[in-house]
Design a protein around this ligand. Structure first.
Ligand code: ADP
Ligand code: MG
Length: 325
């Protein structure tokens, strides 16, 4: 299996990568892809790399690796309120293992099909397993949602149940015990995150700022607050209730949600005037929605618990170079 037959067999099989449709004038097979640009649209461009052993445990299934590599990028497009359209795939592989590649491309391309995003190019090299995907999306001109628009008085919401991915990882590492149901539910969240693209299209006109949770609720809320020059107060019970469990200590749930990351849920702020539209319009087919707090004047994050105790939250999350001077 050489480089070119590998690309042909696993990544350029129609209908996933035809050079027609979706504005693609030239897809895989030339020196660069050619895409027809559209009037009235802004482009969104994002890249993420997944490295084996760092971003996913080495024993992760190839289907999950393929799914997740694209999902984390689609999640960034969702966070901007856009629609993903095209992507490139830079793949570094220790060997051309046809079995692994078949499963990887299944996971990758079935998610791509689901969201009508077209693979238009990439690069294939030999090396330690690492996957870099770049996604190009579109959004109506001037409508991209940034991190910087939050205002004091805005309500803070989160989709889904942040913390499940981190709890799954903790279980894999033998740090906590989970019931069998929890194990499979949480592992599904870790390995097959659902990019919240549907929700994002509904949210775009209603939100003042938005981010996807990749580093943990605390760190990512911290990013919104820093960009918006605001503070926030959040209620511990609101977001830890997303995860009712008899077996996991409450402290672990709160910690996983605040500092765990890898959830790829949307965290966003909503001005008072849009609250009723948000709550009335939230659709059945969307994931769950939880109001967790409020934007305030100032800086930093305060958290209240049931007993009314306030604590300051340090917005740290995963940081690749944390151990360097
Ligand atoms: P070049 O040498 O011109 O950069 P390559 O020989 O690397 O082109 O790749 C040939 C074609 O295959 C290009 O269109 C490239 O975008 C595409 N390609 C290479 N690797 C991948 C991959 N992993 N997934 C999708 N397309 C790929
Ligand atoms: Mg070339």
């Amino acid at each position: 299996l050489d480089e070119f037959s590998l690309i042909k067999q696993f990544f350029s099989a129609p209908p996933d990568t035809s050079s027609t449709g979706n504005g693609v004038l030239v897809g895989i097979g030339d020196d660069a892809a050619v895409i027809h640009s559209e009037a009235g649209k802004d482009l969104l461009i994002t890249t993420d790399t997944l490295i084996s052993g760092t971003h996913f445990p080495e024993q992760t299934s190839a289907v999950a690796v393929g799914h997740k590599a694209l999902a984390v990028n689609l999640s960034d497009i969702a966070a901007m309120g856009g629609q993903p359209r095209w992507f490139t795939l830079a793949l570094s592989l220790p060997s051309a293992d046809a079995d692994w590649l078949g499963k990887f491309s299944d996971g990758l391309l079935s998610l791509a099909r689901q969201h009508a995003v077209t693979l238009v190019g990439g690069d294939t090299t030999r090396g330690p397993l690492s996957i870099t995907i770049s996604v190009i999306g579109t959004v109506s001109a001037g409508e991209a949602v940034k991190r910087s628009g939050a205002q004091p008085g805005d309500a803070i919401f989160v989709t889904g149940s942040p913390g499940m991915a981190a709890l799954a990882l903790a279980e894999l590492e033998g740090k906590i015990k989970l019931t069998d149901t929890e194990k499979s539910d949480f592992r599904r969240k870790l390995e097959f995150p659902r990019p919240r693209l549907l929700e994002s299209q509904f949210l775009r006109p209603l939100v003042s700022s938005m981010i996807d949770i990749s580093d943990g609720l605390a760190a990512d809320l911290g990013h919104i607050l820093a960009a918006s020059d605001c503070a926030a107060i959040i209620e511990q019970d609101s977001f830890s209730d997303c995860l009712r469990s008899s077996t996991i200590p409450r402290g672990s749930i709160v910690n996983a949600a605040l500092y765990g990351g890898d959830d790829y849920e949307l965290l966003f702020t909503v001005p008072e005037k849009h609250l009723s539209t948000l709550e009335r319009g939230w659709q059945k087919e969307f994931t769950t929605l939880t109001r967790i707090g409020e934007v305030m004047e100032g800086g930093g994050i305060k958290m209240t618990d049931t007993s009314g105790i306030d604590m300051n939250i340090t917005p740290h999350g995963y940081n690749h170079f944390n151990d360097q001077r």
